[in-house]
Design a protein around this ligand. Structure first.
Ligand SMILES: N[C@@H](CCC(=O)N[C@@H](CS)C(=O)NCC(=O)O)C(=O)O
Length: 242
């Protein structure tokens, strides 16, 4: 059984996409990041960067003690290796999936995140930041659109590279992007959106979202008021390394 420390955000969706596709047994542990639950000592012991997602695998393949992981890319790779699914075994297929997985975690995710921030959450309108991140997200969309020309998925069969990218493209309107300008991406988005596992993943997200408060002043303080002092003040529960 996998425990998934989760909140219905793009990085959280990635892992549910995998778990639903693979049919792994899992239990959701909601971490309300707008209410500061990412600073709970128990969660920090698993996820020292105070970010969701994180998992605990209670039945790791080596038969040993439970294993915990943070960082969505590392989790996807771990789950792919655990199940032998959604990551090709051959050297070339595998390296291609890893290229695009790292492209997502190092580029697409952070840039979309900044676009969301300056378009939706910044307390003042900062045109330079909006222009910069909307343009960069558009550039990344064009890179992925070109990659998908003549390909159904990013790298051969449906893989962890697709699962990593999809939740960041799905909210394209929040990034001021016109999906019609990226026809291959549009087709890919519709294809993945129609997968039963994707439908289940977003149904779960909607059910958890119902419990979420709107992003109010308290949430803003937790999410956007972090500094080195926040980390120094928060302390993980001590315990065995997993
Ligand atoms: N690089 C991390 C990023 C995770 C991340 O940014 N998670 C956000 C939600 S999408 C979060 O937990 N934010 C809580 C906070 O900012 O304190 C990953 O890929 O897992």
């Amino acid at each position: 059984m996998i425990e998934l420390y989760y909140w219905p955000t793009p990085n959280g969706h990635k892992i549910v996409l995998f778990l639903e596709e693979a049919g792994l047994s899992y239990r959701i542990r909601p971490v309300d990041i707008g209410r500061g639950e990412q600073f709970d000592p128990h969660f920090l012991a698993l996820s020292p960067n105070n970010r969701i997602p994180a998992i605990v695998d209670h039945a790791p393949n080596d038969g040993g003690e439970p294993v915990s992981l943070f960082e969505s890319g590392a989790i996807l790779l771990y789950l792919a290796e655990k199940t032998g699914r959604f990551l090709p075994r051959d050297l070339r297929g595998r390296k291609t999936v890893l290229e695009w997985l790292f492209w997502q975690v190092g580029g697409l995710g952070p840039m979309c995140g900044q676009a969301h921030h300056f378009l939706q959450y910044a307390p003042e309108r900062v045109p330079y930041a909006i222009d910069r991140y909307v343009a960069e997200v558009g550039r990344l969309y064009a890179v992925l659109d070109r990659r998908l020309e003549g390909r159904r998925y990013i790298a051969g069969e449906y893989s962890i590279a697709d699962m990593a990218c999809y939740p960041w493209i799905r909210p394209y309107k929040r990034q001021n992007q016109r999906i019609e300008d990226f026809p291959n991406l549009k087709r890919w988005l519709e294809d993945i959106g129609a997968r039963p596992a994707t439908e289940r993943a977003y149904a779960l997200a909607r059910s958890v979202s119902q419990r979420a408060q709107p992003v109010d002043e308290e949430a803003r303080r937790f999410l956007f008021g972090q500094s080195a002092d926040t980390v120094r003040r928060a302390s993980p529960r001590s315990g065995r390394e997993r």
